[in-house]
Design a protein around this ligand. Structure first.
Ligand code: BGC
Length: 268
């Protein structure tokens, strides 16, 4: 029997699921493996108050089920692959080692094991900025570019992901540098400062530019890619004064974490 158009498309596309857990929201979708294009709608719920492991894991489980249902409706085999999940902390072998914007009880938790139980599938857990950096280097703004790409995500915190050629160097954590008397630069220069302190986008951009100049002095990357919630208004504040390397917005904007996690969980 000839396949209808939807089923033919589903046959050709490899759908992989990525979930991006941030301090403010949990976002997820199935994306096409080869291109990172979204196949399902973008699912989003607020991060449960307090950001405790059991609450976040339950939300991720429900979101994966909803994405799978959407995939099944369009003729995809929703259970075929592993699921990629980001968390906003240092992750080593599925275990969380820091928790700046989620509950501290995450520290020492085997997130991969909890998520496997909640979703019924193998889960790869990765730092949110690392996932974004991987997506931008494999398929996005830094695709095919040699040398060091530093991806900075400005949202609830500041995430940093570093890729050299095609290799991800995980857990950079440059959002917690001390600078100009600020003990933890992310408190001062993350996108959240706009809301917390009532500053304007231009005032925020001055802070971010100062921070990026400092990173350039320390690391000399070949380019910076800006992601996170603030990346959608990059036309308003780029270029940053005094930064020599190119600074470009993430191609996948605030969805880079979803794309990177989905791909990292499912190597080609
Ligand atoms: C965390 C990082 C995370 C970043 C963005 C920081 O507070 O320490 O691990 O990548 O926030 O969410």
């Amino acid at each position: 029997m000839p396949l209808n158009r939807e089923a033919r498309l589903a046959h050709m596309q490899r759908a992989v699921i990525g979930i991006d857990v941030g301090g403010t929201g949990i976002k997820g979708a199935a994306v096409e493996f080869e291109t990172g294009s979204r196949i399902t709608s973008r699912h989003r719920v607020p991060t449960p108050h307090g950001g405790r492991p059991a609450d976040i894991v339950a939300e991720v489980g429900a979101m994966v089920a909803a994405i799978r249902a959407e995939l099944a409706e369009s003729g995809h085999d929703p259970a075929a692959d592993a699921i990629g999940v980001t968390l906003p902390g240092v992750v080593r072998q599925g275990v969380i080692h820091t928790a700046a914007n989620i509950d501290p009880s995450w520290i020492g938790t085997d997130a991969a094991a909890l998520l496997r139980e909640a979703t019924g599938s193998p889960c790869l857990v990765v730092n949110d900025a690392d996932a974004a950096a991987y997506a931008e280097s494999a398929l996005g703004a830094a695709r095919g570019l040699p040398g060091m790409t530093m991806v900075l995500t400005f949202g609830t915190g500041i995430g940093s992901g570093c890729v050299y050629d095609d290799a991800l160097i995980p857990n950079f954590e440059l959002g917690h540098l001390q600078l100009d008397g600020h003990e933890d630069i992310e408190r001062y220069a993350s996108a959240k400062a706009i809301e917390r302190e009532g500053i304007t986008l231009d005032e925020w951009a001055d802070r971010a530019a100062r921070y990026v100049r400092h990173l350039e002095l320390l690391f000399h990357p070949d380019r910076f890619v800006l992601g996170g919630s603030i990346s959608k208004s990059s036309d308003h504040y780029l270029p940053f004064d005094g930064v020599t390397a190119p600074v470009v917005p993430a191609r996948f904007r605030n969805n880079a974490g979803i794309v990177g996690a989905a791909r990292l969980a499912n190597p080609a």
